[in-house]
Design a binder for this molecule. Structure first.
Ligand code: SF4
Ligand code: SF4
Length: 172
């Protein structure tokens, strides 16, 4: 599967669609782009985009976050930046921030406010999901419904949701 091609198509849904109809970076002085070694996880197969485009503003590193699929253990890479990027090449997690996909206890997709965002992002702290731009929320849902058709992606998201649960305990 040409995952770079799939992600590049999905990226386009967020080229001009943003969480709010205003430049929210002005609210918080771009708190989510501080380049302070926090980084953004890449979703399964997304690394292929960076292997293809080879942008010079990002470093891809390994993390300890793993998931099992088909008897194999997969390591999740993280994209580290210095707080500047090419908007049209930025990772998916940056495009959907401060929302994130989440599998509930029945294994059903939910789009939630990323609990990790609540400490840094004013709208993440104050808003409900429905308060964000409807097209933005719809595009996040559309994207992950599609990606979840892939069984490996589902395995990743199951583990990732458990990881988010650790943060939800503090912020919900
Ligand atoms: S931290 Fe939140 S409000 Fe600030 S730029 Fe990022 S998404 Fe927008
Ligand atoms: S890649 Fe771009 S959008 Fe993502 S955190 Fe870095 S500067 Fe912000």
């Amino acid at each position: 599967m040409n995952t770079a091609y799939i992600y590049l198509q999905l990226y386009r849904l967020f080229d001009d669609v943003t969480p709010l109809p205003v430049d929210c970076g002005k609210l918080c002085n771009k708190a989510c782009c501080k380049g302070d070694d926090s980084g953004m996880f890449l979703f399964p197969g997304e690394k292929a985009v960076f292997n293809l485009l080879k942008p010079d503003w990002v470093r891809i590193e390994k993390t300890d976050f793993t998931y099992e699929y088909n008897g194999k253990t997969y390591n999740t890479p993280i994209a580290m930046c210095s707080g500047e990027c090419d908007r049209y090449q930025r990772p998916f997690a940056c495009r959907i921030f401060p929302l994130t996909p989440y599998l509930d206890e029945k294994g059903k997709l939910q789009v939630i406010i990323d609990p990790r965002a609540k400490g840094i992002c004013p709208p993440a702290k104050a808003f409900f999901v429905d308060d964000f731009e409807p097209v933005f929320v719809k595009n996040v849902e559309k994207t992950f419904k599609l990606l979840l058709k892939n069984k490996q992606f589902y395995a990743f998201l199951k583990e990732y949701s458990k990881y988010l649960d650790e943060f939800k305990r503090f912020y919900d």
